[in-house]
Design a protein around this ligand. Structure first.
Ligand code: ATP
Ligand code: MG
Length: 571
């Protein structure tokens, strides 16, 4: 490709909403432009990268035995009603009506559509297993689209769905996809980690997220310093502490204390001369319309996902003022477990608590010396808090490490969630009807590209890993008006194209400095500089964008070097 022909509008202007470096660089490098909130156009440079990632994904999916299909993006409401998600998916599902007043949605994910296809086409165990995938546009009406194509509303996703006859088969299918994902992200040149994750609105029994390591990532992850345990922060389990015998003779008398203007845990501790572990937080949640009191230690945070999973409810949110008043008899901010009119669940860490401080269910009051059993009843203990610094690994009890990541892929064991609701059944060897076991597997294509930039950039711009670079090499004659330079540039351009290298020839009539700046900004991994001095000796210069290493040699040698380098990096 010739630079002079490219539609490559690089710019210094960065929109004020571009908070993260990948968003800024994608705009500056002329890869994307915003149409409206969360909806982006890919320009040629950006789309070349998308295609490279898609091709790696496609090759690895095919290699793992999955077959490519292309499913509709517009889904009839009936399918989503059958699975039960029409009512539960929430506002991210964009719904609309056609001229006949029939209801539809734009597909945010395709479990319903694929299950509908499969239930009519696959009838016996002989036709199983099957794994089908597509690379297609999804729409999710995200509440706060941000970070450019990282969290947008319209985006490209690879989604695969496996159908197996039994659990053992489903396990094999999951393993194949897990391995394929490892290969895909390694081939994209990314530093990543697979972590245990919550299944969220997709549902199912078990899942892993693939996280690209980046400080700007929205997800917290933890991993063990000794074994291979790794999990999303919201999923990470806390080891259950030993339960000790509680000595009731140590219980001190319950006493209410007037605590005006004392709200935060720090204020409570300062006022009552206690430490955070001596205080218990009581949070009132609304779980599918019913109040529930959740207790955690004063130094801990409630993990809402754990609470939601424990209760197995559809909707969980903090209770509003009316519900809080109804169960505590007080305004927000004074809740405690003593006398509360709600079911009480408590974190495991509170099993041994004695003589703690809590809200008194009375405005401006706390109670001291609260004890379980004597003063209130806990309906159940469970793992309900976020992990924190100092917690041990739930598998081996060694120390945990914390990091941040960007979720680029997610694999789920779905079990029979969709096949049961939508009756995707087959006949087994004995002619008996059985429900298919499903898995689903997603990769955000645009988010993977953005994550690659988050991991690979410097003050001058992007530094593409070779396998997903829009061009592998850029040829930069310092002056196109000098015939010898232009001639050598054209010659190298042809030689490299003949050897299947993705090459961009900067044939613009621009100063060398401008060309170098643009080459760095758009992140081309290799740059050939053709200047009069070196060329007089029959030589050109090769610079590696990442390491800034420079090599000076003949045209033929440099061409060979480029071919070798590119091949090596793509392996
Ligand atoms: P998140 O938790 O980030 O909202 P998710 O868990 O809802 O994502 P999945 O349903 O697992 O997403 O979708 C599979 C993949 O699609 C994700 O791993 C991610 O790479 C991509 N993806 C999801 N939502 C978006 C989005 N709003 N913009 C871009 N890519 C997305
Ligand atoms: Mg996910």
């Amino acid at each position: 490709m010739r630079y002079s022909d490219m539609f490559l509008p690089t710019t210094r202007e960065v929109p004020s909403d571009a908070e993260v470096v990948s968003h800024q660089l994608m705009i500056r490098a002329g890869m994307i432009r915003k149409l409206t909130s969360g909806i982006y156009a890919y320009l040629p440079l950006g789309y070349r990268v998308i295609k490279k990632v898609e091709n790696i994904v496609r090759e690895e999916m095919n290699r793992a035995g999955a077959q490519e299909v292309f499913l509709p993006m517009v889904h009839p409401a009936e399918l989503w009603q059958e699975s039960g998600r029409w009512d539960h998916y929430g506002k991210e599902l964009l719904r609309f009506r056609d001229r006949h007043d029939r209801e539809y949605c734009l597909g945010p994910t395709h479990e319903e559509v694929i299950t509908d296809l499969i239930r009519y086409e696959l009838k016996t165990y002989r036709q199983l297993p099957k794994n089908l995938y597509q690379i297609q546009t999804k729409f999710r009406d995200e509440i706060r689209p941000r970070f450019g194509v990282m969290r947008c509303r319209e985006f490209g996703m690879k989604d695969a769905y496996s159908f197996d006859a039994d659990e053992a088969g489903a396990e094999v299918s999951y393993g194949k996809m897990f391995d394929a994902y490892q290969r895909i992200f390694a081939r994209c040149g990314l530093k990543f980690r697979a972590v245990e994750a919550d299944s969220g609105s997709i549902g199912g029994s078990f899942s892993h997220e693939f996280m690209v390591m980046a400080d700007s990532g929205e997800d917290g992850i933890v991993f063990c310093s000794a074994c291979d345990y790794a999990a999303n922060l919201e999923k990470a389990e806390v080891p259950v502490p030993e339960k000790e015998e509680i000595r009731t003779e140590d219980f001190l008398p319950l006493c209410e204390v007037h605590t005006p203007d004392v709200k935060t845990i720090e204020e409570v501790c300062a006022f009552l001369c206690v430490k955070p572990p001596d205080v218990v937080k009581t949070l009132i949640f609304n779980a599918d319309g019913k109040p529930i009191a959740v207790l955690v230690g004063g130094a801990d945070d409630v993990n809402e996902i754990k609470v939601k999973n424990y209760l197995n409810c559809d909707e969980l949110e903090l209770a509003d003022d009316d519900m809080i008043y109804a169960v505590t008899g007080a305004p927000r901010g004074f809740a405690g477990a003593v006398g509360i009119k709600a079911r009480v669940i408590a974190d495991y860490s509170l099993q041994n608590m004695t003589n703690v401080v809590m809200g008194a269910n009375r405005e401006d009051y706390h109670v001291k010396n609260v004890n379980i059993g004597r003063d209130f009843k806990v309906d159940a203990f469970a793992d309900l808090r976020m992990v924190r610094d100092g917690d041990g690994c739930p598998r081996c009890r060694k120390s945990l490490k914390f990091a941040r990541g960007i979720e680029v892929g997610h694999v789920f064991k779905l079990g029979t969630k969709y096949s049961k609701a939508m009756k995707a059944v087959y006949l087994d060897q004995n002619g008996r009807e059985q429900t298919m076991i499903m898995g689903c597997y997603g990769i955000g294509i645009g988010r993977t590209v953005a994550a690659a930039i988050e991991q690979n950039n410097d003050q001058d711009g992007i530094i593409w890993p070779v396998p997903i670079a829009p061009f592998e090499v850029i040829i930069t004659p310092v002056n196109m008006n000098e015939a010898a330079l232009a001639e050598t540039a054209e010659k190298m351009y042809k030689l490299l194209m003949d050897r299947q290298v993705d090459v961009l020839l900067d044939d613009r009539d621009e100063r060398a400095g401008v060309k170098f700046k643009d080459a760095d900004l758009i992140g081309i991994p290799l740059r050939v500089t053709i200047g009069p001095k070196k060329l007089a000796e029959g030589k050109v210069e090769l610079t590696i964008r990442n390491t800034k290493e420079v090599k000076v040699a003949s045209v033929d040698d440099i061409v060979n070097d480029i071919v070798t380098y590119v091949e090596q990096e793509k392996r």
